[in-house]
Design a protein. Structure first.
Length: 366
């Protein structure tokens, strides 16, 4: 699925269609009206700028002629509107376009808004190509200024693939390490959340940052380099706080290589005390049984009763968690049958029992 903003005579449209997958489709947004770039164009203006006027004259008819084959076979769909109105017709396609080509209104404000609109419509890992990045027309409203404004505002949410006369970016992939079913359940809980806490930083953090209803995000992780990467891509988001827990030298996925610093391991589950009043807690890092126990103790003391999510819930080593939390619902799991479990806290839980679970498992890093 591709999107083209500004198709003019349709030559680029044909090139894009030639490279589509068998069932691919191109949506073009362009009013194809001769006067849309010039406010209050008079007859005298047309005569005085005849060359430019002739360039745009009859563009709708020329577009139809040049892409007639693909209009007829359904490969191309034209939305004959200016882009800010055309975007409104594409709500159902948010996050679904593989490629967006921006070559419409070249004035700085116009190309800035086209960048924002396309970013919302582009899928994670998809591409956005800005044409005429180095074009110097429009005087005090240069194209490059609008594109740079977009780049600065969305810094950390894309990576630049190439920069020259054209600028190609790739929308950042979240890479949430969950099955689709687990991810859907997680998102459904995020949408209801105001304050979010997680044990284990990563794709789940980036996913939580997408939801404006979440006002505070606290995260804990044992991998300093991974934390640095997440922070660097979200420097401007003041909702995010990440605590680094030094549990010693690590293997993959934040696992301690040895127990040389095991006296510090309890810092990890006890980091829940950094939270304020979370209404959603995700347990998806190290020391999961201990994290669950500390979450219960913290929440009972605060008199709050958030939902608690446990990823990979079918692992046998996490069975003690089911003794201290009340199961609500779960997914069927990924092909390894690990799944996502939603828990609630029993306000009448025996706290001495919870404390015993914590003491028994606070050095178990799995």
């Amino acid at each position: 699925m591709c999107l083209e903003i500004g198709c003019f005579e349709g030559y680029t449209s044909n090139i894009i269609v030639e490279h589509l997958a068998e069932n691919g489709k191109l949506i073009c947004i362009d009013p194809l009206k001769d006067e849309y770039l010039v406010d209050n164009l008079t007859k005298e203006d047309k005569i005085g700028n005849e060359t430019r006027w002739k360039y745009f004259e009859g563009q709708y008819e020329r577009f139809n002629h040049n892409v007639k084959e693909h209009l007829n076979d359904g490969k191309i769909k034209l939305i004959r509107k200016i882009s800010k109105d055309g975007f409104k017709d594409l709500d159902e396609y948010k996050g679904k376009f593989d490629f967006c080509y921006i070559d419409g209104d070249h004035r700085s404000e116009g190309v800035y808004n086209d960048g924002k609109g396309c970013f919302e419509l582009c899928k994670e890992g998809g591409y956005i190509l800005f044409d005429d990045y180095e074009w110097t027309a429009f005087g005090k409203y240069p194209t490059k200024e609008g594109i740079n404004r977009f780049l600065n505002e969305y810094k950390g949410k894309y990576k630049i693939i190439s920069k020259g006369y054209q600028l190609l970016i790739q929308k950042q992939e979240l890479n949430v390490k969950m099955s689709e079913e687990d991810k859907e359940l997680f998102i459904s809980e995020l949408k209801k959340c105001n304050e979010y806490f997680e044990f284990g930083t990563g794709g789940s953090t980036l996913l939580a940052l997408k939801y404006d209803n979440i006002k505070l995000i606290n995260s804990v992780d044992s991998d300093k380099m991974w934390i640095k990467k997440i922070i660097e891509t979200n420097l401007d988001d003041k909702r995010l706080n990440i605590k680094f827990c030094d549990i010693g030298e690590l293997e993959n996925w934040g696992k301690p290589l040895n127990d040389s610093k095991n006296e510090k391991w309890p810092i990890y589950p006890e980091s829940i005390n950094l939270a304020n009043k979370p209404d959603l807690i995700l347990i998806d890092g190290r020391f999961r049984v201990a994290c669950a126990a500390q979450s219960v103790l913290f929440c009972i003391e605060k008199k709050i009763f958030p939902r608690i999510l446990l990823h990979d819930c079918e692992r046998e080593c996490y069975r003690p968690i089911y003794l201290i939390l009340k199961s609500i619902k779960k997914t069927n799991g990924n092909p390894k049958k690990l799944g996502m479990q939603v828990f609630e806290i029993d306000p009448n839980i025996d706290l001495n029992f919870v404390k015993k679970i914590y003491e028994d498992y606070k050095f178990d890093w799995w």
